[in-house]
Design a binder for this molecule. Structure first.
Ligand code: ADP
Ligand code: MG
Length: 376
């Protein structure tokens, strides 16, 4: 096993910067997902670890060793691509054996390792088949076996499940977690799918426009996003973001939209005041902010848990109801604001009817509209 350390890693193509000053320390045996929109630089980061792309600036360490100039085959890594990249004219056994042959592993040992890897990915008995005789899911498992058989210290996976249908993807996710436990390699996993990243990782690294926005355990980035991008990218349905203002009313601080006002609890009001330039009151000087409230933190009053605040209700009209079985996602209109809220299946809400909502103020977020950084 090995840790992987990105130190001020930058990648430029000509004068286009595609990865910008990324700093990240991935621990030995950790499972880290790089997640972000298409084109944000995830694959480029992974390919720099693999040694398939030159690093323009910064230092990459694999284990204790500076790896910038180490050839790919000497890095102790193995990579799995979205496209599988199996040799079509070779059997499964031969595909898996290929890397071992290059490493000059003796035949008896090769056979043993192939059997181990095929059993691990649940493909025992299919070694004599050709890739075209396998389903997409099975091919992806062969690609995984081919990587695992090399006993990599670091396993690199680039959207390995994207070509599989939804059900198979779920199954493979569970398999990957199980396999990770058994092989104990450090894993860097690239995906554009935040749900996949949330369910698989020890830590998620969220990338946007070549920059690392935040790295942390799934529940931490969900509950405490550093900025608006992370807040909007993590969570499903996505967080509701609204233009709002901070206003002082009778000594209390409110987040005010044109359609409703939320009274800030003391701890949050203190943070908002500190952000406003000090422990002052805002008086006439209202400040623009962006309010974030997750659909899961807005309750139908009739089904809400007890909450210790007042000034946290919203009157709205239900627009669309989307039943999911274990919950209903309702799109509601609070004046001009379009909000999504997650309701329990027993909700009596109906399209085009009013609904009373109550917001869990302990979980709301405020962002600076200029910098998009979180105020809390
Ligand atoms: P992701 O994997 O997050 O979708 P990539 O890492 O593949 O994104 O690409 C990041 C950016 O770098 C994209 O804008 C892409 O167009 C650009 N890019 C990738 N490879 C090259 C290249 N060889 N030359 C120029 N630009 C490239
Ligand atoms: Mg990619």
């Amino acid at each position: 096993m090995a840790n992987v350390k990105f130190e001020h890693i930058t990648k430029r193509y000509g004068d286009v910067t595609v990865v910008s000053d990324v700093n990240l320390d991935i621990a030995d045996g950790e499972f880290v997902c790089f997640v972000g929109p298409s084109g944000c630089g995830k694959s480029t980061c992974l390919r720099m670890v693999a040694g398939l792309e030159e690093i323009t600036e910064g230092r990459l360490y694999i284990g204790e060793r500076l790896a910038n100039y180490v050839p790919p085959k000497d890095r102790g890594i193995a990579m799995v691509f979205q496209s599988y990249a199996l040799f079509p004219h070779m059997t499964v056994n031969a595909n898996i054996s290929f890397g071992l042959k290059i490493k000059k592993v003796p035949e008896a040992e090769r056979r043993e390792k192939i059997k181990w890897a095929l059993d691990l990915v649940d493909l025992g008995g299919l070694g004599e088949r050709y890739p075209k005789e396998l389903s997409g899911g099975q091919r992806q498992r062969v690609a995984l076996a081919r990587a695992l058989v090399l006993s990599p210290e670091v396993l690199l996976l680039d959207e390995p499940l994207s070509n599989l249908d939804a059900k198979l993807r779920l199954k493979m996710r569970t398999e990957l977690k199980r396999i990770h436990k058994m092989v104990e390699a450090t894993v860097i996993y690239v995906t554009h799918d935040q749900v996949e990243a949330m369910t698989l990782s020890d830590r998620i690294a969220i990338i946007n426009l070549g920059q690392l926005m935040q790295a942390g355990p799934p529940l931490e980035v969900y509950a405490r996003p550093n900025n608006m991008f992370v807040a909007g990218f993590i969570g499903s349905p996505p967080i509701n973001l609204m233009q709002a203002k901070l206003e002082e009313r009778d000594g209390k601080l409110f987040v005010v939209t044109p359609d409703f006002a939320l009274s800030l609890p003391e701890d949050k009001a203190a943070k908002a005041r500190a952000w406003g330039g000090g422990p002052q009151d805002f008086g006439e000087l209202s400040r623009a902010v962006v309010l974030g409230a997750r659909p899961q933190d807005i309750y139908e009053t009739a089904h809400a848990p007890a909450m210790p605040w007042t000034g946290n209700t919203i009157r709205a009209i239900v627009d669309v109801m989307e039943p999911l079985g274990d919950a209903v996602v309702a799109t509601v209109l609070a004046g001009q604001q379009v909000l999504q809220v997650t309701l329990p299946p027993e909700t009596e809400a109906q399209s085009d009817r009013p609904i009373d909502l109550i917001v869990d103020l302990s979980n709301i977020h405020l962002f600076d509209p200029q910098t998009e950084e979180a105020i809390f």
